[in-house]
Design a binder for this molecule. Structure first.
Ligand code: GLA
Length: 388
């Protein structure tokens, strides 16, 4: 309710009144395990979080689109009669522009709109504020323009916006979980078939604690796209020996070992991470279903080591957070989450140890790095929904 009121107030400041406003929300996510596997046709296991984008809008009778960001207090305006182009000045607007662009490309009906939004997901933290912004836009626009896409199609459309308009070659995980998340469940996604299973997150006395290192990542045009290429190189080499390998999803560690001397060491390491990580996702879900949180935590720890050493997407600050968390009683597992190069750790922690986390992880981290880490406790939240 509070967020609807905040949105309405912001909207009416810019657009006169808030009559006939449709309000939606789309959550960010924390990935529990399965990192850098989605674009390798592999497995991921994220949950939606209680931090989201709240967006409201209404139709106009013409072709003008006006968008107001409450957080930046900036407005952009463009016409749908002309090609939608990338905005170098107001970068935030490209996630919305990208979705409208993808809708047009899909040949779906659009009309003029007034839109306002704000967000509570820390940006550049690896909690998918961009995917949430795309998904909120798609959910709002389909309601305003009177069409409906099946959830998977909606997620794919948002991914297309990010891949081909914004220029970040992300996989499907973030948009998918933002659309399909469910309260108290994490989502096992097979990123090849897009089949999914909602798995109850029964953690008993344990909590999912997300800790932001304060180091902002920047993924567009960066090392992320390079990692993808390294994986593709690995697949090409594996496929010469094993023609059934279409993606790293199809390979196992024995096959990789057999091709090792034909690969650059760096390509080998990237492939090793992805192949082992896929197996860890399956094993950790099994552990979770069996109620074995200790084993689940160990898979988180192994995932971190692999992301740090083989995939090389961690950074000293995040490694420090993981190391300090590992020294704390009551923490069953900790690892970097999301695209990497900064951002957040995800920790499986006993409720009774949260205070000690602040005392011994956050405080020591600040002493050593001078950075104040932020701590968020989140339950698994619903995916995108219409609020009014
Ligand atoms: C980013 C991308 C996702 C995924 C993760 C790494 O969040 O958007 O598609 O590749 O990195 O697991």
């Amino acid at each position: 309710m509070e967020s609807i009121i905040r949105l309405q107030q912001g909207f009416s400041q810019v657009f006169g009144d808030a009559d006939g406003l449709t309000v939606v929300r789309a959550p960010g996510r924390v990935n529990l395990i399965g990192e850098h596997t989605d674009y390798n046709d592999g497995f991921v296991f994220p949950m939606a979080i209680n931090f989201d984008i709240v967006m409201g809008g209404r139709r106009r009778s013409d072709q003008q689109v006006r968008i107001y960001s409450l957080d930046y207090q900036r407005t952009v305006e463009f016409s749908l009669s002309e090609p939608i182009t990338y905005d170098d000045q107001e970068q935030w607007s490209n996630y919305l522009r990208g979705v409208l662009w993808a809708v047009q490309r899909a040949g779906i009906d659009l009309g003029g709109m007034e839109i306002a939004f704000f967000g509570t997901i820390p940006q550049g933290s690896g909690l998918s504020s961009s995917a949430a912004l795309e998904v909120a836009t798609a959910v709002l626009v389909q309601r305003l323009c009177g069409w409906t896409l099946p959830p998977r199609e909606l997620a794919l459309l948002c991914q297309k916006a990010e891949n081909d308009f914004v220029g970040m070659k992300c996989g499907i995980m973030d948009q998918f979980i933002s659309v399909l998340g469910q309260k108290d469940h994490a989502l096992f996604i097979d990123c090849r078939t897009l089949d999914y299973e909602r798995i109850p997150l029964e953690l008993g006395e344990y909590r999912i604690l997300v800790c932001h290192s304060g180091v902002k990542h920047s993924l567009v045009d960066s090392a992320y796209n390079r990692r993808r290429q390294e994986c593709e190189t690995g697949v090409r080499i594996l496929a010469t020996e094993y023609p059934t390998v279409k993606a790293l999803r199809d390979a196992d560690l024995t096959m990789l070992a057999a091709c090792r001397d034909r690969m650059e060491p760096v390509v080998y390491k990237r492939c090793h991470h992805v192949i082992a990580e896929n197996a860890r996702v399956i094993k950790s879900i099994k552990a979770l279903k069996a109620g074995d949180l200790v084993a689940f935590g160990q898979f988180l720890n192994q995932s971190h080591a692999s992301l740090r050493d083989d995939y090389e997407v961690s950074c000293p600050e995040v490694d420090l957070l993981v190391e300090l968390a590992g020294q704390l009683d009551g923490v069953l597992g900790a690892r970097i989450t999301g695209g990497g190069f900064g951002g957040c750790t995800v920790n499986l922690i006993h409720a009774g140890a949260v205070e000690a986390f602040n005392e011994r992880v956050v405080r020591v981290y600040q002493e050593k790095t001078g950075i104040e880490a932020q701590v968020y406790i989140s339950t698994a939240a619903n995916g995108a929904e219409i609020l009014n």
